[in-house]
Design a protein around this ligand. Structure first.
Ligand SMILES: C[S@@+](CC[C@H](N)C(=O)[O-])C[C@H]1O[C@@H](n2cnc3c(N)ncnc32)[C@H](O)[C@@H]1O
Length: 255
């Protein structure tokens, strides 16, 4: 069975703790290449495939869960860690990454925060387009490792990865914040809206959001604060994996 957003949250907290106690260092900051537990690295490599096809950004290589991987077909509850969102290149992230690659001026020479980075594609796209400083943030520490591997696949120098939840914290200034497919849960959407609003009025930062028209996004009050920038038709394989979604758009937040 393919993993999907509907698959989420069946896993209990102990699995997360199990992952943390199986040799993963519990440091919020991970620098690419410095914190890869060899056993975990081997597990991730064994259970993912390097691919650059079937997405909107063929120039980015990623380690993903594909039909040639065991856990594409295996029962999801046999996966021993937290839900592997990082092993999927979500439609919102694809649109956002395409936009950054096609419009490098948006990030060139700028500091960029990729919030909910997952596989790290948007951060990688920002780096490829000349961003001067990148921070990838994801609450899943295994995503941090996957991003590390994906950076290497694309021949990129390390960028920092933060694996703590920053939505209850104040952060220093970034020139641009990007969020790919983060509006899939109503509570999370509320938290993001609040945080982004505060952040915007503090720093006047440019905020770009990629989303394929999920109901939790389209029906959310944040939609009234967004300007449509670009829309992409999703490649056939992405459409097939995302139950009827055919397009994905990039929006700019203007409260
Ligand atoms: C649907 S995935 C999108 C990943 C990636 N941006 C993409 O588009 O391919 C959502 C990601 O957000 C992460 N996430 C969820 N809540 C978060 C939070 N409060 N702070 C940071 N990341 C979070 C999840 O771990 C997951 O990797």
């Amino acid at each position: 069975m393919a993993f999907s957003l509907g698959w989420k949250t069946s896993r209990s907290q102990w699995r997360f703790l199990q992952a943390m106690s199986s040799g993963l260092p519990l440091f919020p900051w991970r620098t690419v290449g410095s914190c890869l537990d060899p056993e975990m690295k081997a597990y991730l490599e064994e259970n993912t495939e390097v691919t650059s096809s079937g997405s909107l950004t063929p120039e980015i290589q990623l380690r993903l869960l594909t039909p040639r991987c065991k856990f594409w077909w295996e029962r999801a509850d046999l996966w021993p860690y937290s839900d592997p969102y990082w092993a999927i290149y979500w439609p919102g992230g694809q649109a956002l990454s395409r936009y950054l690659l096609d419009n490098p001026d948006v990030v060139r020479g700028k500091s960029v925060l990729d919030l909910g980075s997952g596989c790290g594609a948007a951060a990688i796209a920002a780096k490829m387009s000349g961003a001067s400083k990148i921070l990838a943030n994801d609450i899943d520490p295994i995503a941090g490792m996957a991003i590390t591997l994906n950076c290497k696949l694309n021949g990129l120098n390390p960028f920092p990865i933060l694996t703590e939840n920053i939505l209850n914290t104040q952060q220093g200034k970034f020139d641009v914040i990007v969020l790919g497919d983060m509006f899939y849960d109503e509570d999370l959407a509320d938290s993001l809206h609040l945080w982004l609003e505060n952040y915007f009025w503090t720093h006047r930062t440019r905020v770009l959001i990629g989303d394929p028209g999920r109901p939790q996004f389209s029906a959310h009050s944040i939609r009234r604060r967004l300007h449509h920038l670009e829309e992409y038709t999703l490649p056939e394989p992405t459409q097939q994996d995302n139950n009827g979604l055919t397009t994905s758009a990039v929006w700019e937040f203007h409260p």
